[in-house]
Design a binder for this molecule. Structure first.
Ligand code: ADP
Length: 475
């Protein structure tokens, strides 16, 4: 069990890869010209130009506030007011850096890591200040704010110099045309310089985009926490989550064990009473039956916990090969249908299985998952309902759907039913149902087969659980 306590974690990492579309081999001149001129209709180009245009006034503001504040603060450092001014400079620098980070994200379109990582610890303002001063991001961001002034002088003047003349060249002919009617005599004379101006604006935007991209990369390095810090924070977060999950599991297991053990204890104690106080034969039999049922439930719980412990320590044995899910589903239906009809008047059926369907997976484990899903479906479907299994195939996936006409699951519960010990309606299932581990085990098993398990539901109408496996070639 110690293994289980130390390894429980529900975190899953999903890595998705965007499909790589090869760039079309367009080497002909019209296409190149089109791509070059495309910059004119990209909103990002204008946002980038706006960023560069405002770089000087912003850089000047940061420089003036920070340098003046630091000088005055240092001169008066002997008295309290000087220290307060230095503190205000630090706060202002932090505010400017936050603002600059947002500007870089929204106007330059760069991905800047956060300036600071959330700290779960509550610390005193003094320790917060010390931490802030020790952080490399603090000093990197202040350097960035100061460097913004020389960069701003360069960026704003280049922006004005490069985009000013083409803009005048475009606006002037339009202005003339508007003033002198639709067909002024000099219309021909105006069109040619207008076209040159448009080409000039495209060149200007291309150059400004290049400057913006380079500065954006610099901003991402200077304004965000380093990759190393992020990794440390991530590792700490995962360790905390594992620890929390371990504590939750201990609490859940203790809680779950308490009720059946108390019931067993009470019944056995009553059977050990002096002869005169013992219940009659009929009551004794009833109590023994309850004890037997509770003991079986406890044994099932231990099995489930062991299964989860194996999954957590990557010891869950799943042998994946090409399997035929049709006969497996048939077996499950054959095993469960008679009892469902007899005891609950619920019909369990299997729709026609498409021919030649093969999936990648483990036959025994798939049978275990299907049994669990069909059992649940029977349990949560009122008398006279129907549980049906349907197999279908896409280009590279095989899907097995287990649907019922039962109670359904409300949206808030649907998000959690695959979590350990989660039961949608605890008052309904706590005493008679399982421990809320079945679906989490089923999901672990399906994922170990390289597939996924999900659910959809319409409260009051029924639910469908979907097993999706990779399609395989028959061997
Ligand atoms: P349990 O052993 O308690 O059934 P599971 O992990 O198998 O645990 O299911 C978790 C919860 O999901 C159940 O307590 C039940 O509330 C809900 N649930 C599962 N299957 C169905 C279903 N077919 N219809 C309605 N609710 C369901």
């Amino acid at each position: 069990m110690a293994q289980l306590w130390s390894t429980v974690s529900n975190e899953k990492t999903v890595v998705t890869t965007a499909p790589q579309t090869p760039a079309p081999a367009t080497s002909d001149t019209p296409d190149r010209v089109k791509r070059f001129l495309h910059v004119l209709i990209e909103p990002r180009s204008y946002l980038n130009a706006l960023y560069l245009l405002t770089a000087f006034p912003l850089g000047l503001t940061y420089f003036a506030v920070l340098v003046t504040g630091a000088l005055v603060g240092s001169l008066l450092a002997g008295v309290l007011v000087g220290l307060l001014i230095l503190l205000a400079v630090l706060v202002a620098a932090w505010g400017f850096a936050l603002f600059e980070r947002e500007l870089a994200i929204w106007l330059l379109g760069v991905d800047v890591p956060p300036l600071a990582l959330p700290d779960p610890e509550v610390v005193s303002p003094w320790r917060m200040l010390v931490r802030h001063l020790r952080q490399s991001t603090t000093w990197r961001s202040i350097t960035y704010l100061l460097v913004k002034l020389p960069f701003g002088i360069f960026a704003t003047s280049v922006t004005v110099a490069l985009s000013g003349p083409p803009i005048v060249g475009i606006v002037y002919p339009i202005f003339r045309l508007l003033n002198s009617g639709p067909f002024p005599p000099e219309v021909g004379l105006l069109i040619f310089p207008g076209m040159v101006a448009v080409a000039g604006l495209a060149v200007a935007l291309q150059v400004l985009n290049l400057i913006g991209r380079m500065w954006g990369r610099f901003a991402a390095d200077m304004l965000g926490v380093s990759e190393e810090q992020r990794q440390i924070w991530d590792a700490r977060r995962k360790a905390d989550a594992a620890d929390r999950s371990r504590r939750e599991l201990i609490m859940n297991v203790s809680h779950e064990l308490r009720t059946p053990i108390a019931s067993i204890q009470a019944h056995v104690d009553s059977l050990l009473l002096p002869e005169a106080d013992r219940p009659d034969a009929e009551e004794t039999e009833r109590r023994l039956k309850v004890t037997a049922t509770e003991t079986r439930r406890l044994a099932d719980l231990i099995e489930d916990l062991l299964m989860l412990a194996r999954a957590d320590s990557q010891e869950l044995r799943v042998t994946n090969r090409a399997i035929d899910p049709g006969p497996i589903a048939e077996q499950v239906v054959l095993a469960l249908a008679p009892l469902a009809r007899q005891e609950r008047q619920v019909t369990v059926s299997l729709d026609e299985v498409p021919a030649g369907l093969h999936a990648e997976g483990d036959a025994d484990r798939l049978a275990q998952v299907l049994t669990n899903l069909v059992r649940n479906a029977i349990n949560y479907t009122p008398e006279g309902g129907v549980v049906s299994i349907r197999l279908s195939a896409g280009a590279d996936r095989v899907q097995i759907a287990v649907s019922d006409t039962g109670l359904g699951i409300i949206a808030e519960d649907l998000e959690h039913i695959f979590e350990r010990f989660y039961r949608a309606d605890s008052s309904r299932t706590r005493d008679t149902g399982g421990f809320g581990l079945g679906l989490s085990i089923a999901r672990e098993l399906v994922e170990a087969m390289g597939g996924s398990l999900s659910a959809t539901s319409q409260p009051g109408l029924g639910s469908t659980f979907w097993i999706s496996l990779r399609r395989a070639e028959a061997t």
